[in-house]
Design a protein around this ligand. Sequence first.
Ligand code: NI
Length: 168
Amino acid sequence: MPGKSQRSKPARLRAAPAAPSKGSQPVAGFVHVTRQVHFNSAHRLYNPAFSRRWNEKQYGLCTRPHGHGHNYVLEVTVSGRPDPATGYVIDLGELKAIVNRAVADPCDHRHLNEDVPFLRGLIPTTENLVVAFWGQLAPLIRQGRLHSVRLYETPRNFVEYFGPEPAL
Ligand code: NI
């Protein structure tokens, strides 16, 4: 092409980093590690500040008085650079233990409106649940950082949360 130097290509190739020597770790960017857990819970969508009619209009069948159940699937993702010694961002066994202890065990086979202390006073929509779950999980993640919480209410309906917006 006119005006374009053919020499630029070999120069870029020479600048590429050398391949890692035997036994060393590759230089890694951020890696995302996910644990999936399941739990079964009942809930009712109902805002006590509004009338029954309003609630029925907003929530339809989901506001029926005694609630209904879901087979929830929760995916918790931690991001970070793999530790040079272990190759892990976070030990998945540890992530599993954290997610079970902080979220799945307290919610499993419970009524989310009544039985879970950290959800008290919350309308248990999937949106509100992911924010509450983030609050439970974030302080417990000490390797890497909590990247996202994804909650499937049904196989086709899910909500994701990436944490509070940074302060302006
Ligand atoms: Ni529901």
